[in-house]
Design a protein. Structure first.
Length: 512
């Protein structure tokens, strides 16, 4: 036991050089209450001074006082506005050489359709919805039938197509997309299928598509009986594998992908448990308490001293800080567990995840969501929404500043540089995403379903609208936060007579 622990500590503490190889040292001082900025630590002497932000940008991106008014310097707002325009132009030019056969949301054309759908939601500009439709039509002609998930299979294009047609009031085309999506269910629930259970390629990814439809179109779009059959298949698969591994008592729901018991959001148990805890999934309380909760606790005990998590249950190396593998993905499972089970230990572990993401989350691999800085930044926003602790909003703003300097840090160029999960489109989603809950592929409050409990108070999915428009009561260089508590209503931007709307992360920033 002692020898095993010694080996584990050595592996955890001996990776400083590798950390520098995988991530940039964070050049920003951390948040201090009352607007004070922390003095650089001794470790800062080893940082690359060229990465230090200008003095003006080291200040808080919002005011230190007041509950409703949040100051944002004009320079930062201007950079957001300029970057959106610049990245859109780069994306459209770059897409001319993109793979014409990649229809996935992860790296292909469905991700672009989602971007324009988001632009439409934010601006109410019909041309963006039409542009999304153009991509949807292209996608639906090229479905290959090889995979069934939202991110990497046919379920994503069909679900997005159904939503776009629904918004265009073309019910026949929308219903046809839904029908084709439901036809995939037979493969998903088949006991003879070798389909995994994880989010990218497995049953949880198909479940995501079903919940997406019921959120975007209506709660009866996909019958609850269909959803239950998929959930039952996921549960039975986890119970059976746990029994095979003789871990029923410790981890009642256990999963593998390619013969590895992964932990993270993309291929691992964190993504699966997260989906099972969604209120809209309607998993019964006994299953949550007796099967999901102890399985989450089993994963929690694999946490490294740093606050990070291993890529797989057998891996003892504290290496990866990505959404796909590591704390940036596990944190969403922990926050959802806190909302579901109301136990502080989950929130504490989520905060530990946040600390390691802050320290090691500016990734050299790039800016995307799966293994990039933008994906890591969303975790801070989710945690801010849950705790209302401004430290996490500050951290999110600083990661956003980093992403706004796209190309200046020497990050690796991804294989699909104009895609949603690997490339520049994710940065656009980051600054355009307007829901309150953070990560663009979160459920729960992200998609306006269920409730979030924080202590003894309950918040029913407030949108936070941040406006710099004079008619909305703001002035140059200011952002006004308005908590809008009807999660199913839409704020009418046209009444504000604003120019293009830039949305910073999950907060609406209306830039005049």
């Amino acid at each position: 036991m002692g020898e095993s622990m010694s080996k584990r500590l050595k592996l955890q503490l001996g990776g400083e050089a590798e950390m520098e190889e995988r991530a940039f040292a964070n050049p920003y001082p951390d948040y201090q209450p009352q607007g004070a900025v922390a003095a650089p630590s001794a470790a800062d002497a080893h940082r690359d001074r060229a990465l230090q932000p200008p003095a003006e940008e080291e200040s808080l991106p919002f005011g230190a006082d007041g509950k409703e008014l949040v100051e944002v310097n004009a320079r930062f707002s201007k950079r957001i506005q300029a970057k959106i325009k610049d990245l859109l132009q780069q994306m459209e030019e770059g897409l001319k050489t993109a793979d014409p056969h990649d229809c996935s949301a992860y790296t292909g054309w469905t991700g672009i359709a989602l971007l324009y759908l988001q632009l439409y939601r934010v601006t109410k500009n019909q041309s963006h919805l039409q542009r999304s439709l153009d991509y949807v039509k292209r996608i639906l002609r090229n479905l290959n039938g090889r995979r069934v998930t939202f991110l990497c299979g046919d379920a994503g294009p069909l679900a997005v197509g159904a939503v776009v047609y629904h918004k265009l009031k073309n019910s026949s085309e929308s219903q046809e997309c839904v029908a084709k999506l439901l036809q995939l269910q037979r493969t998903v629930i088949s006991t003879d299928s070798e389909l995994p259970d994880e989010l990218l390629y497995g049953r949880a990814g198909y479940l995501y598509a079903l919940l997406y439809l019921n959120t975007e179109i209506g709660p009866d779009t996909v019958p609850q009986s269909v959803i239950k059959e998929v959930i039952d298949a996921i549960i039975e698969s986890g119970k059976n594998f746990s029994k095979e591994e003789r871990k029923t008592d410790r981890c009642p729901l256990l999963y593998q992908w390619h013969r590895k018991q992964y932990v993270g959001a993309a291929h691992g148990v964190a993504g699966i448990y997260y989906m099972l805890m969604q209120p809209i999934a309607n998993v019964d309380q006994e299953t949550l308490t007796e099967l999901v909760k102890p399985s989450i606790d089993y994963v929690r005990h694999k946490k490294f001293r740093s606050g990070n998590y291993p890529s797989s249950l057998s891996n003892e190396t504290d290496r990866l800080v990505h959404w796909c593998h590591g704390a940036p993905g596990v944190i969403h499972m922990l926050m959802q567990a806190y909302k579901t089970f109301k136990e502080d230990k989950y929130l504490k572990d989520a905060m530990d995840c946040s600390d390691v993401i802050w320290q090691r989350g500016l990734l050299r691999k790039g800016y995307g969501i799966c293994h990039g800085t933008a994906g890591n930044g969303y975790s801070f926003l989710s945690l801010y929404n849950l705790t209302q602790d401004r430290k996490y909003l500050y951290r999110a703003c600083k990661f956003a500043e980093w992403c706004l300097e796209y190309g200046a840090h020497g990050c690796r160029i991804p294989d699909r540089p104009y895609s949603l999960f690997e490339g520049k489109v994710m940065i656009l989603q980051m600054v355009l995403y307007y829901r309150k809950e953070g990560h663009p592929f979160n459920f729960g409050t992200c998609i306006g379903v269920g409730k979030s409990s924080i202590g003894s108070s309950t918040i029913k999915h407030p949108y936070t609208i941040i406006s710099a428009n004079k008619k909305a009561g703001g002035r140059k260089g200011q952002i006004k936060i308005i908590h809008y508590h009807n999660s199913h209503s839409c704020f009418h931007f046209s009444s504000l007579n604003v120019k293009p709307v830039a949305v910073f992360l999950r907060y609406k920033i209306l830039l005049c």
